[in-house]
Design a protein around this ligand. Structure first.
Ligand SMILES: Nc1ncnc2c1ncn2[C@@H]1O[C@H](COP(=O)(O)OP(=O)(O)OP(=O)(O)O)[C@@H](O)[C@H]1O
Ligand SMILES: Nc1nc2c(ncn2[C@@H]2O[C@H](COP(=O)(O)O)[C@@H](O)[C@H]2O)c(=O)[nH]1
Length: 190
């Protein structure tokens, strides 16, 4: 059986990765979503095992030491990482999987899976990005400022990605990503 394809969706905090992923999963029921581990505290409404696997710092370090993470990164004071087993098993079983992760982690995945499909989601502008993070109402001002300063560094690393998609309208951004998925399945050589 052919292996599934690995899709990596990155982009600055607040650009809309989660929103676009949720919309995509609504349309492409066969696309599997990787749930990350994090030491960040849950936001209101977030559920363990659904949005993230919420871990203590010690538990996260254990996962790292036991090679249970495909990649990991420290982002604005917290650790984030992708559980390795689930990704590998999904690909082996012939299903596509999407990781929604920041840039340092994406570059680690590229070392291990150069055949992965790397998509960078861009905001229409930095002002709009700030409005989106602020509008979500989940971060305090200091964290918003920190995330915005990281955003500029992240956008500067876009050249390492295969595709750039502007998230102007959720529906249009989804359609562009769906087209990328279809095109990748039609590729003769990888
Ligand atoms: N195309 C869009 N137009 C307007 N608002 C949007 C659009 N896409 C997402 N948003 C809004 O922007 C905010 C941030 O979106 P979301 O949480 O999906 O971003 P994210 O990239 O996943 O952030 P993080 O990396 O911090 O988890 C949300 O309030 C969401 O509703
Ligand atoms: N390197 C990784 N980055 C991840 C992972 N899961 C999520 N993320 C990214 O972290 C930031 C912050 O997320 P938030 O939920 O606190 O807003 C964002 O860019 C996520 O995409 C992961 O497993 N590895």
């Amino acid at each position: 059986m052919a292996k599934g394809l690995l899709f990596i969706l990155s982009g600055p905090s607040g650009v809309g990765k989660g929103t676009v992923c949720t919309a995509l999963r609504g349309k492409l029921s066969e696309l599997v979503y990787s749930v990350s581990a994090t030491t960040r505290l849950p936001r209101l409404g977030e559920e363990d095992g659904v949005n993230y696997f919420f871990k203590t710092r010690e538990q996260f370090l254990d996962m790292m030491q036991n090679d249970q993470l495909l990649e990991h990164a420290e982002y604005v004071g917290n650790y984030y990482g992708t559980p390795r087993d689930f990704v590998e098993r999904t690909l082996e079983s012939g299903n596509d999987i999407i990781l929604e992760i920041e840039v340092q982690g994406a570059l680690q995945v590229k070392e291990k899976f150069p055949e992965g499909v790397f998509i960078f989601l861009l905001p229409p502008s930095l002002d709009e990005l700030k409005d989106r993070i602020r509008g979500r109402g989940t971060e305090n001002q200091a964290t918003i400022d920190h995330r915005m300063s990281v955003a500029v560094d992240e956008i500067n690393l876009m050249e390492h990605y295969d595709y750039a998609v502007v998230n102007d309208e959720i529906d249009s951004a989804c359609k562009r990503i769906e087209s990328i998925i279809v095109a990748e399945h039609c590729k003769v050589k990888r």
